[in-house]
Design a protein around this ligand. Structure first.
Ligand SMILES: *Cc1c(COP(=O)(O)O)cnc(C)c1O
Length: 330
């Protein structure tokens, strides 16, 4: 299987917004579409997206994970960027259409179909820096993806960055391109300087998240992660792990915590990154103020494995979906 994000399904879904209304969506062969060079998105970054997965079970049907929640998050992102907000039924219907059209191409678990709804402002006006785009294109890509941990779950190394911000507090919980552009420079610099995989942004000591994944600390009894605020992206994997963890008897602590507390805990607690692509990635070491710090013994821990299995079993149909998180597509 090709690297994550580089293979695409033959069909995608697309709808256009103009004159105050959305067109009926259509499923079309995936192909480049023309865009005016003055389109709002190219100049003023009016863009947001979603990322989540569908699985094909042994019964041949697809199951989309937490579709309504991802649709709601995209609506929130669109609203925060003053883009036309797609109706929930429109967007959810387009996702279902893409899964349906590509059902035969969804690889079996642990592989899956990654879904990427994207909304862009297409108003042709380079003078609209302080005006919203009242024209837009909404499309949904499908991308078959393999098992993220095919080579085993390698423990990641993170730089603790306690000065620079990942992005602005205003757009911290919006899934928008500019946030990744903002985090890219610090992340590349940290990779070059310290050989780390990612940067854990902790401005003024407040432990937030990395460029594209949430952060949590896990002991045998407790899961600790930052409580929801506008500074970071509200991950669905984070939320799912907290709910499944509560069901498994972990105490769930959602509250702000500092780099000092993090450093106190890592000799005995596991550290993980959570996100759709990898579910739960183990963190094996940290770099702080030029010093390397091991997380426990530096190896992936048992609580991460247990929580990841609970989530994957639900997604693969091996455990009852008591939360109603799966949308069936046939
Ligand atoms: C998408 C994303 C996450 C993870 O969200 P999930 O819904 O769990 O995939 C975390 N942080 C950022 C910045 C993200 O863009």
């Amino acid at each position: 299987m090709k690297p994550f994000g580089t293979e695409f399904c033959d069909h995608f879904a697309i709808a256009r917004y103009a004159d105050g209304a959305w067109s009926a969506p259509s499923v079309e062969p995936l192909a480049p579409f023309p865009m005016h060079p003055a389109a709002h998105v190219f100049h003023y970054a009016s863009t947001c997206f979603e990322g989540f997965k569908a699985y094909r079970w042994a019964d041949g049907k697809g199951r989309i994970f937490r579709l309504p929640d991802h649709v709601a998050r995209m609506q929130k992102s669109a609203e925060s960027l003053c883009l036309p907000v797609p109706d929930a039924e429109l967007l959810a219907g387009m996702v279902v259409d893409v899964v349906h059209a590509n059902l035969a191409d969804i690889p079996e678990p642990p592989a899956s179909l990654y879904l990427r709804p994207t909304l862009i402002g297409t108003l042709e006006n380079i003078g609209a820096a302080a005006a919203p785009s009242d024209e837009a294109i909404l499309y949904v890509l499908g991308s078959p993806v393999g098992d993220y941990f095919a080579g085993g779950a390698a423990a990641l190394k993170l730089l603790i960055e306690d000065r620079r911000e990942r992005t602005t507090a205003q757009l911290g919980s919006t899934k928008t391109g500019g946030n990744y552009a903002a985090a890219l420079g610090p992340t590349l610099a940290a990779k070059a300087e310290y050989g780390v995989d990612q940067v854990l942004f902790c401005p003024q000591g407040d432990v937030q998240e990395t460029g594209a994944a949430n952060f949590m600390l896990i002991s045998d009894e407790e899961i600790l992660t930052k409580s929801l605020d506008t500074t970071f992206l509200h991950g669905m994997t984070r939320d799912s792990i907290l709910k499944l963890g509560a069901g498994l008897g972990y105490r769930i602590s959602e509250r702000p915590f500092t780099v000092d507390e993090l450093l106190d805990k890592v000799p005995t607690w596991e550290a993980c990154l959570s996100g759709t692509a990898a579910t739960l990635s183990p963190v094996g070491s940290l770099v702080y103020q030029g010093e390397a710090i091991r997380v426990r013994d530096g190896q992936p821990g048992p609580n991460r494995a247990r929580l990841q299995k609970a989530l994957q079993d639900l997604q693969y149909g091996l455990r009852e979906d008591t939360h109603g998180w799966l949308t069936e597509v046939s």
